[in-house]
Design a protein around this ligand. Sequence first.
Ligand code: FES
Ligand code: FES
Length: 162
Amino acid sequence: MSEFLIDISLRVNGEPVRERVEARKNLADFLREDLSLTGTHVGCEHGVCGACTVRLNGEIVRACLTLTVQCEGAVVETIEGLSDSGEIADLQEAFTRRNALQCGYCTPGMLIAAQDLLTHDASPSRDAIREHLSGNYCRCTGYQAIVDAVEAVARQRAGATS
Ligand code: FES
Ligand code: FES
């Protein structure tokens, strides 16, 4: 069967990108295979685990459920972009300090989801943190340390702005 190719242009982590992609290619595979942005992980590939979470026009999405061609003209931010800009440096530090990652497979998606929560709710309850991260699976940590880390960063940011 011949491939159906489509030209697309978008911005990824602040850089303009122009590529010709298969119409059926999802955003997670595009980021990993075409742009070598392998920090976006692929777990379940059907929208359940959250490992592929990225930001699309400022909102978090499942990259495995997003077709690349849907991103024409869009702004995509991955874990590499958020790391390089320093936007989530405090979350990364807290995850490390509080043992909120072990194998690290879930961590990029977890960090992006946590940052999304903290940008919408500066002082979330532990229940709200659990609720917001409930779409991101972690096989290692038991979640307690992740909630601790996110709560600590919320307090830290609140202290920094008060
Ligand atoms: S790989 Fe996308 S939600 Fe699991
Ligand atoms: S740290 Fe291993 S899956 Fe979360």
